[in-house]
Design a protein around this ligand. Structure first.
Ligand SMILES: C[S@@+](CC[C@H](N)C(=O)[O-])C[C@H]1O[C@@H](n2cnc3c(N)ncnc32)[C@H](O)[C@@H]1O
Length: 270
C-alpha cells in the first residue's frame, strides 16, 4: 500500500480550517482549554506553546495568566484570526505558521506544549507526539484534549462522515487520540508519567437549528456545506438531528448536550 500524500493532506487542512467563521466553534470548546490550562498548571512566567492553536483559545488564556506564549497553527486563516484576536485583547502572543509534525522551535524550550482538539488532526500521531515532547523542557508537560469514539460528539462525527469522501487509506483516525489505551501507547515511551481523564463540556443552544449552524460555521463543517447538494445536506442534518435528539438533556426546544473527550497530561522525562 502506498503512503498517503501527507503534503497534499496538510495543504488541504490549512485551507479547510481557514473557511468560515471559526470563532463560533472556538466559543464552544473554550472550556476544554481552561481545563487543560489547570491540568498542566500553566502559570505566570512559564513559556507555553499552543499547538494547532486555531484562533488561540488556550494561547489567550495562558497569556492572560502571565505566561510567555507562542501560538502555532498550520492554517494561515487561523493565524490571521488569532493574531487579530490577541491584539484586540491587548495580550502579547507570538503567532507562527507551523505544522504540528514539524515545529520550528528549538529542543527543550517550553515549560508546556498544549493542544486542544488540534494536534489530534496531524496525520502521523507518532511524529506529532515526538515533536511536542522535543520542544518541551525535561520535566515539562505536554497537554492534549482529544475527541474519542464515545459520547454525543462521536456520534455526530460518525453521522457526518457518512456524507464525506472516505479518508485516504492508511491514515489513523484522529479520534483514536481520545482512547486512553492508544494515547498511552503513543506517549508513554516519551513520558515519565501520563495522566488521562475523561471530561465533559456543557453546551447549551436555543434550538437544533442553532447547533446545526454552529457545526457548519467553519472548518470541515463549512467545507461540507459547500460540497454537498441541498438534498445531501438535508439528509446530513436529519442524521445529526437524530443523534442530538437521543443525547439532548433539555425537553423545552433547546439543545443541552455534554460531549465527552479525553484530557491528557504527559510529563517529559527529566
Ligand atoms: C478544532 S480546531 C482547534 C483549534 C484550537 N486549538 C481551539 O481550541 O480552538 C483544529 C485546528 O488544528 C489545526 N491543524 C490541523 N492539522 C494541523 C497540523 N498538521 N499542524 C498544525 N495545526 C493543524 C487546524 O488548522 C485547526 O486550527
Amino acid at each position: 500500500m502506498s503512503e498517503p500524500d501527507y503534503g497534499e493532506l496538510k495543504q488541504r487542512a490549512a485551507k479547510v480550517w481557514g473557511l468560515g467563521d471559526y470563532p463560533k466553534i472556538a466559543a464552544t470548546i473554550i472550556g476544554a482549554a481552561r481545563s487543560l490550562m489547570d491540568a498542566c498548571a500553566i502559570s505566570a512566567g512559564q513559556e507555553v506553546l499552543d499547538v494547532a492553536a486555531g484562533n488561540g483559545n488556550l494561547a489567550l488564556l495562558a497569556a492572560e495568566e502571565g505566561a510567555d506564549v507562542v501560538a502555532s497553527d498550520i492554517s494561515p486563516g487561523q493565524i490571521a484570526l488569532g493574531r487579530a484576536r490577541t491584539e484586540a485583547e491587548g495580550v502579547d502572543v507570538e503567532w507562527v505558521e507551523a505544522d504540528a509534525e514539524e515545529l520550528p522551535f528549538e529542543d527543550d524550550r517550553f515549560d508546556c506544549a498544549a493542544s486542544v482538539f488540534g494536534a489530534m488532526f496531524a496525520p502521523r500521531p507518532e511524529v506529532a507526539a515526538r515533536e511536542l515532547f522535543r520542544v518541551v523542557k525535561p520535566g515539562g508537560t505536554v497537554g492534549l484534549a482529544a475527541w474519542g469514539h464515545y459520547g454525543s460528539q462521536a456520534e455526530v462525527f460518525d453521522a457526518l462522515s457518512r456524507f464525506a469522501p472516505p479518508p485516504p487509506a492508511g491514515l489513523p483516525e484522529p479520534r483514536d487520540w481520545g482512547e486512553e489505551d492508544i494515547a498511552r501507547q503513543r506517549l508513554e515511551p516519551l513520558a515519565s508519567t501520563v495522566v488521562t481523564e475523561r471530561r465533559r463540556m456543557h453546551w447549551e443552544f436555543d434550538s437544533f437549528e442553532q447547533i446545526w449552524e454552529t457545526f457548519q460555521s467553519a472548518g470541515p463543517g463549512a467545507a461540507a456545506r459547500e460540497a454537498l447538494s441541498p438534498e445531501a445536506l438535508e439528509e446530513a442534518k436529519r442524521a445529526v438531528g437524530e443523534v442530538i435528539d437521543r443525547w439532548n438533556l433539555a425537553d423545552d426546544g433547546r439543545v443541552v448536550v455534554e460531549p465527552e473527550y479525553l484530557e491528557i497530561v504527559a510529563r517529559k522525562r527529566g
